[in-house]
Design a protein around this ligand. Structure first.
Ligand SMILES: NC(=O)c1ccc[n+]([C@@H]2O[C@H](COP(=O)([O-])OP(=O)(O)OC[C@H]3O[C@@H](n4cnc5c(N)ncnc54)[C@H](O)[C@@H]3O)[C@@H](O)[C@H]2O)c1
Length: 316
């Protein structure tokens, strides 16, 4: 039996693949190298896995690939492929979010009907909450996405529920909160802050910098994701995966300056439509059901991401 990981060349997907392989699990990865950021970055993410005989890679697009053959002999499906990012999801950009986040998810769920798949783990997002009414968003709170991206991630959850209830596809949705760490996407905040500190170029700060995010280190995301596949009790209802390292963006800028040892200049921009004032997830259910707990604090995680970014800049 093996495991299928979609979005295997991406930030979180490639970290998940490496962890599964390290645990002795055979992995089939699929990715289409979507042009949202450089293909060379995604190819570099895949390098360690490609050196492992337990890994097979398919360069394919979930929107049109034949998916049934990929599911033969697969026990667990980790569905991470998506068009991420809030800001590009407005205007004509939305079509790509619909195709890659909704249509692709529905095709994959459809292909899972009547197969040997034991667990389907869907990478959802804290963006489904929008601006939560309280600091600690709970899974039972009514979702109210604040961006078209969030709307498509919520649609994916609903599709998982529908396929789970009607066709017994054993789906669980994990709501990831602001993920950071080695291989973080180049459009994301911590990546840009570290780069700004290194290059002396300004960090584009949207809004006043007082936005609070519940930062979650990628290894903690990966361990929750694997636990969700392994747990017998993981429900069809969503679970929050939040790292408990809540911080204001300006405080994270300060931490990056300390870690890198250089100042981060700021280019102050207006608030970006779709951005929310704060995110924060209650993780009681996730801890109880999955026996999971986040282990990496923000400072340590930033040290690890900065070390990775410095190393990958040197290799370029
Ligand atoms: N990074 C975060 O903070 C965060 C937070 C919440 C949720 N998520 C979710 O986690 C998942 C992974 O995010 P990430 O940050 O690693 O993004 P990423 O862009 O680095 O990875 C996604 C990968 O999916 C691939 N992909 C996109 N459309 C595809 C398609 N149609 N067929 C095959 N491959 C396709 C892309 O090429 C990319 O390599 C996404 O579902 C995202 O919505 C991420």
């Amino acid at each position: 039996m093996r495991t299928l990981v979609t979005g295997a060349a991406g930030f979180i997907g490639s970290n998940l693949v490496d962890a599964l392989l390290a645990g002795g699990v055979d992995v089939l990865g699929i990715d289409c190298f979507a042009p949202y950021y450089a293909e060379s970055v995604k190819r570099a993410n895949l390098e360690p896995a490609l050196a492992n005989p337990g890994f097979e890679f398919v360069d394919g697009d979930l929107r049109n690939a034949r998916l049934e053959p990929l599911l033969e002999g697969v026990s667990d499906v980790y569905h991470l492929a998506a068009q991420p990012g809030v800001r590009d999801s407005w205007g004509t950009g939305f079509a790509s979010y619909v195709e890659n986040n909704i249509i692709a998810t529905q095709r994959l769920l459809e292909a899972c009907r009547g197969t040997t798949v034991r667990r389907f783990v869907y990478a959802s997002s804290s963006s489904v909450y929008g601006s939560p009414a309280r600091e600690d968003a709970r899974e039972s709170d009514p979702p109210a996405p604040h961006s078209p991206y969030g709307v498509t991630k919520l649609a994916g959850e609903h599709l998982c529920d529908a396929y789970s209830r009607n066709w017994g596809v054993p789906a669980v949705s994990l709501r990831y909160f602001t993920v950071y760490g080695p291989r973080q996407r180049p459009d994301m905040g911590v990546h840009r802050m570290i780069q700004a500190a290194h290059d002396g170029t300004p960090f584009p700060l949207y809004g006043d910098g007082n936005q609070v995010r519940d930062f979650t280190f990628v290894d903690d995301i990966v361990s929750a994701t694997i636990a969700a596949a392994e747990s017998h009790d993981a429900p069809a209802t969503p679970l929050n995966v939040a790292g408990g390292s809540r911080a204001r963006l300006l405080d994270v800028v300060g931490l990056v300056e300390e870690v890198v040892g250089r100042r981060v200049g700021l280019e102050r921009l207006g608030a970006a439509p779709g951005d929310v004032g704060r995110t924060g997830g209650n993780t009681e259910s996730t801890r109880r059901i999955l026996g999971w707990t986040p282990r990496t604090q923000l400072r340590e995680g930033i040290i690890r991401q900065a070390a990775w970014q410095t190393g990958s800049a040197r290799r370029r």
